[in-house]
Unconditional design. Structure first.
Length: 179
């Protein structure tokens, strides 16, 4: 497996499991793509649920989410433990305690299984991935979704929260974030 490692942020050594930067990759895709990974490691990409699961079962990992809104304001969310359960449990998300400046928009999804447009494992009667245009660990849809549509300039063009979204890090009137 090839991974992108960030050697600049906070002393380096950070494995990048997902990157959004310009909207060049469609994240509204199937279970197989999310399982195996897609995109380009040097640009927008998703490492792959199976790879993330295999890596996180080998030891103790933390998760750090770095984000920036369209006005240049940056924030981070950090979880002191992070793991994904195996595919037989639909890559259920396991998170530890939150700290950071972005607000905690991921703990609401803790313990949830991954949902894609063709595999519905959320708590909603419909398919949240269909409405929010990307695979994620949806609950009754989302309090965050970093795999939504990349709306250039940050302005939603839909009545749904289908853009890149982190509820606690919203600047009205541009709710979509850069990530």
């Amino acid at each position: 497996i090839q991974v992108w490692c960030d050697q600049e942020y906070d002393g380096g050594g950070w494995m990048v499991i997902q990157r959004r930067q310009d909207g060049s990759v469609n994240f509204f895709t199937t279970w197989q793509h999310y399982k195996n990974g897609f995109g380009n490691l040097e640009g927008e990409h998703w490492l792959g649920l199976e790879y993330i699961h295999l890596l996180t079962r080998q030891g103790s990992y933390m998760l750090r989410v770095l984000m920036e809104d369209w006005s240049g304001r940056q924030a981070q969310a950090e979880y002191n433990t992070f793991a994904l359960e195996p595919e037989s449990d639909f890559y259920r998300l396991q998170l530890g305690k939150y700290q950071g400046s972005a607000g905690d928009s991921l703990s609401w999804h803790n313990g949830r299984q991954f949902t894609t447009l063709d595999h519905d494992h959320d708590a909603y009667s419909g398919n949240c991935a269909h409405y929010q245009k990307g695979g994620w660990w949806y609950n009754m849809c989302a309090h965050s979704n970093l795999n939504g549509i990349w709306y250039k300039g940050g302005h939603y063009r839909s009545r749904y929260q289908d853009g890149v979204y982190w509820a606690e890090f919203v600047v009205v009137p541009t709710p979509s974030i850069r990530w």
